[in-house]
Design a protein around this ligand. Structure first.
Ligand code: ATP
Length: 223
C-alpha cells in the first residue's frame, strides 16, 4: 500500500489541510492518508488547544472520507514527540508499505530546525504541496533537495503536474500543486478570539466543537 502521513498541530484542522490531503490522495494514488496531530509540548505555546481537543477535531473533520484516518500516537504521549520517532514507529507498523510524509513547502523548509533532521529525511519519501504565499522555487534553498530553482519554476503554473525528484538521501520527493486555499489555523484562532465568523474555513462539526468547548477564546483553561 501507498500511505500518506500527514503530521501537523491541526490547531484547528481546516479545509486547507483537508483539500491538500485529498488532492495528494487522488493524484498520487494513495491508499490512505494518516492524520497525526502533534502532542502537547512541555512548553505549550499560548493558544495551543489541548491535544485531546485537537485530536477530536481532526477525527470529526475526516468523517466521511474512507481513505482518511487519524492516529493518536503523538497525542497520547505526555512528553514531546518527535517526527523522527513517529516515522520510525510507523515504519515498523506498516513494514512492507510505501510511506510518504506529507507537508507544505513552509514546513519542509523548516526541517533543518527539527530534531535529528538528517535522520528524518532518510526515513520516508515526501510529498510537498503548494501553499499560498510559498513558492516551489524556494525549495532550492533546502539543504536536502539537490534541485535548481529553474527546474522547480515550471511547478508554479496552475495545473502543472507533479514533479518527482530525489533527496540527497535517495528518498523520493513528489512536489504537487494543489488548489490554493489561503487558510491558516493562526487566522482561524484570531477570528475566534475577535468574535468573527469562521464558517466555510473548516468543517461545520469542527466549528461547532470549537464553539461548544470555548476554544481559542481568552479562557485559557480550555485552550
Ligand atoms: P498555524 O497557522 O497554527 O501555523 P497551519 O495552518 O500552518 O497552522 P499546521 O497544522 O501547522 O497548520 O500545518 C500542518 C501542515 O499543513 C504543514 O505542512 C502546512 O504546510 C500544511 N498546510 C497548512 N495549511 C495549508 C494550506 N492552506 N494549504 C496547504 N498546506 C497547508
Amino acid at each position: 500500500m501507498k500511505i500518506g502521513i500527514f503530521g501537523g498541530t491541526f490547531n484547528p484542522v481546516h479545509f486547507g489541510h483537508l483539500r491538500a490531503a485529498e488532492e495528494a490522495r487522488e493524484k498520487l494514488s494513495l491508499d490512505k492518508v494518516l492524520f497525526i496531530p502533534s502532542g502537547n509540548p512541555p512548553l505549550k505555546t499560548a493558544d495551543l488547544a489541548e491535544a485531546r481537543h485537537r485530536l477530536r477535531m481532526t477525527q470529526l473533520a475526516v468523517q466521511g472520507n474512507r481513505a482518511f484516518e487519524v492516529l493518536d500516537m503523538e497525542c497520547i504521549r505526555p512528553e514531546r514527540s518527535y517526527t523522527v520517532d513517529t516515522l520510525m514507529s510507523l515504519q515498523q507498523i506498516y513494514a512492507g508499505d510505501e510511506l510518504y510524509f506529507m507537508l507544505g513547502i513552509d514546513a519542509f523548509l523548516d526541517i533543518p530546525n527539527w530534531w535529528m533532521p538528517d535522520r528524518l529525511v532518510s526515513l520516508a519519501n515526501f510529498i510537498l504541496f503548494s501553499r499560498p504565499g510559498q513558492r516551489f522555487t524556494d525549495l532550492a534553498s533546502s539543504p536536502y533537495l539537490p534541485v535548481e530553482a529553474e527546474a522547480l519554476s515550471g511547478l508554479e503554473r496552475i495545473g502543472a503536474g507533479p514533479f518527482t525528484a530525489r533527496l540527497k538521501t535517495g528518498k523520493e520527493v513528489v512536489m504537487l500543486q494543489v488548489t490554493a486555499l489561503n487558510i491558516s489555523s493562526t487566522d482561524i484562532r484570531r477570528r475566534v478570539k475577535s468574535g468573527a465568523s469562521i464558517k466555510y474555513l473548516l468543517p461545520e462539526q469542527v466549528e461547532s466543537f470549537i464553539i461548544s468547548n470555548s476554544l481559542y477564546t481568552d479562557d485559557k483553561k480550555n485552550n
